[in-house]
Design a protein around this ligand. Sequence first.
Ligand code: AQP
Length: 328
Amino acid sequence: MSKPRVFSGVQPSGALHIGNYLGAIRNWVRMQDGNECFFCVVDAHAITVPQDPKRLRALTREIAALYIACGVDPERTVIFVQSHVPAHFEMTWIFNCITPLGWLNRMTQFKEKAGEQREQVSAGLYDYPVLMASDILLYDTDYVPVGEDQIQHIELTRDIAQRFNYLFGETFKLPQAIVQRAGARIMSLDNPEKKMSKSSESPMGTIDLLDEPDAIRQKIMRAVTDSLREIRFDESRKGLYNLLTIYELLSGQSREEIESHFAGRGYAELKRELAELVAESLRPIREKYREIMKDPQYIEDILARGAEKANAIAQQTLRRAKERVGLG
Ligand code: AQP
């Protein structure tokens, strides 16, 4: 019996942060046991908004190296770059031609990202979810581990697969989203109303995986909380709740244990302990990353091997789809 397939990816649109780690990559690492995993650096998604070409290429390698530094094992898992597999682009065109505009109009991430600039943003940003559907469906994926913000896109992926299967006969497997509830949405430290984001303009809101301990301390000590005193998990106190969630996920302690540990103590103590916990938790990732980057060819080789494996599977699926549609 073949193992279930898992697909996921991150855009090289900025430095990876603990939201990406706790909401996505940490789960990927766990899912390597018992599944066949494909983890992609989705550079074609990143260019849906303007990127500096040199920085984009460097970030693509940095993120692949960080996957490995976080525990993704290149011997068991396929790590590759989206643009190294042209089938993603061809598949997207076919899906574009069967996806009603009304479905895309409902995508909340586009509305959030486009905001007031709706008439100026690229068609690529609007079409982002269809490219994502191609990423997933090309690999006959069973499970897609994502943060909460991506659930709607996975539902759209299923809708596109079902529509294709209805129009042209059974071709695509319907994937399922895997969302770990705690950590599914880590919020910005300086504006806990907004999620922590790679492309955020405020560096104080985001803890990058490669941040040095001093930067981590500074950001956490300045994190926005409230003027209340009691330290407990209360979703309505967003800043505090976010800090406690990060503490919970990195310490592995239960909420009761954490609340009793901080009973009668102040926010400054919580922040100090959290800063040490984050700095210590990220230390091995930072160190492994530095080790990996001493030899840039190592990453190039892993990505070349990954592209070869991914291309072989994606080409087969694309051929099947083209045949069904009558292309060629
Ligand atoms: N704040 C977050 N909390 C939990 N999970 C998160 N993810 C992103 N931000 C958080 C999860 O990380 C994966 C990578 O996402 P992506 O690169 O496709 O883009 P994104 O979701 O749009 O991530 P960012 O960091 O906010 O990047 P930008 O600023 O470029 O848009 C996904 O699984 C996501 O759910």
